[in-house]
Ligand binder design. Structure first.
Ligand SMILES: Cc1cc2nc3c(=O)[nH]c(=O)nc-3n(C[C@H](O)[C@H](O)[C@H](O)COP(=O)(O)O)c2cc1C
Length: 339
């Protein structure tokens, strides 16, 4: 059924299709029709970062940036939902068009630029939710916050969402905020991780509750960069790492009419580089610090290979846009076969 709906939606510009789909999902949910659309994913419980996930297949950040559609998305069968990226203050993002489909490659290029309604709106939406499942909240920095004040934005994000999130993701890997990805390297990374851990400790002391914090990294990193991130995460005692965000490489889609659009490429073309990063992280971290695998999952096998490479959980975005809720069940079943 999703195939028919998708063919209609794909006649619209991507961002219009995105918002119509989400509003229709909300309507279906209000009319108690979510069950018809939901994936038939069976239970496959897994404990990661101290949290009990009903299944290991989650929704990646960026699809519901403001937590406006949490209840409807949460009823589709995902094992967990990550909302955001949210920045301290609302910001409009880049001018449109800023999202492009590459159906021949099961891919998307986006340069949304953290368009979002800010922390205050996010908190209101999260407080209103009836979704009972695991909620990750992904935080970032405002575009106009100077690089040397980035830590303050991440601290604000963590402090604001701490009491509402089951886990928090610190996003340092979007290609669409100038300078953001520099935070993944050298002393900038070490200093940021130190600040994040400090904020987490303060929030824990104030609330008496421990909320795990993961860092989301890019696939455009050589093996040495991956090793550096792994050791910095271990040293700072972070709780997890999400690998990966979109890629700035265009090698896999060279020649496509949209190939030269600025932004991050996601979907099938990022599968290999995401896998290489997961393998590199797992080689360094083993089972000490969990890896959440994301990037180019379009079927059961591409989900299972991330778990074989050492990931404990996986997330979907672009594959979900192309395949719909059936991909959730397919991924869960492929992972079940590994047990
Ligand atoms: C349109 C779009 C917007 C995205 N926005 C965000 C975001 O706000 N924060 C984030 O951490 N990742 C964002 N991502 C990245 C995805 O969460 C994911 O890491 C990436 O797309 C790779 O997975 P995929 O190949 O399954 O799409 C976005 C991806 C797309 C396609």
């Amino acid at each position: 059924m999703y195939g028919v709906i998708r063919n209609l939606l794909f006649r619209l510009p991507p961002e219009a299709a995105h918002s119509i789909t989400l509003r229709s999902l909300d309507l279906a949910h209000t009319m108690r029709l979510s069950g018809v659309l939901a994936s038939k994913a069976g239970a496959l419980p897994v404990k990661v970062m101290g949290l009990e996930f009903p299944n290991p297949v989650g929704l990646a950040a960026g699809l519901d940036k403001n937590a406006d559609h949490l209840n409807a998305l949460g009823a589709l069968g995902f094992g967990f939902i990550e909302v955001g990226t949210v920045t301290p203050r609302a910001q409009p993002g880049n001018p449109k068009p800023r999202m492009f489909r590459l159906p021949e490659h099961q891919a998307i290029i986006n340069r949304m630029g953290f368009n979002n309604e800010g922390l205050a709106h996010m908190l209101t939406q999260v407080d209103r939710r009836s979704y009972p499942g695991i909620l990750g909240i992904n935080v970032g920095k405002n575009k106009d916050t100077p690089a040397e004040e980035s830590e303050q934005d991440y601290r604000k994000g963590i402090a604001a969402v701490y009491s509402r999130a089951d886990y928090i993701t610190v996003n340092v890997s979007s290609p669409n905020t100038p300078g953001l990805r520099d935070l993944q390297f050298g002393d900038s990374l070490k200093s940021l991780l130190h600040a994040i851990k400090d904020e987490q400790r303060q929030c824990q002391e104030a609330s008496g509750r421990y909320v795990p914090v993961a860092v989301k990294i890019a696939p455009d990193m050589d093996d040495e960069g991956v090793r550096f991130v792994a050791s910095a995460l271990r040293e700072a005692e972070l709780d997890g790492v999400i690998a990966t965000n979109t890629t700035i490489s265009r090698e896999a889609v060279a020649g496509h009419p949209h190939a030269n659009e600025m932004g991050g490429l996601s979907g099938a073309p990022v599968r290999e580089s995401s896998l290489r990063v997961i393998q590199g992280l797992y080689a360094e971290l083993g089972d000490d610090l969990p890896v959440i695998g994301v990037g180019g999952i379009t079927d059961g096998e591409s989900a299972a290979e991330k778990i074989r490479a050492g990931a404990k959980l996986v997330q979907l975005y672009t594959g979900f846009v192309y395949r719909g809720p059936e991909l959730i069940a397919e991924a869960v079943e492929a992972i079940r076969q590994l047990r």
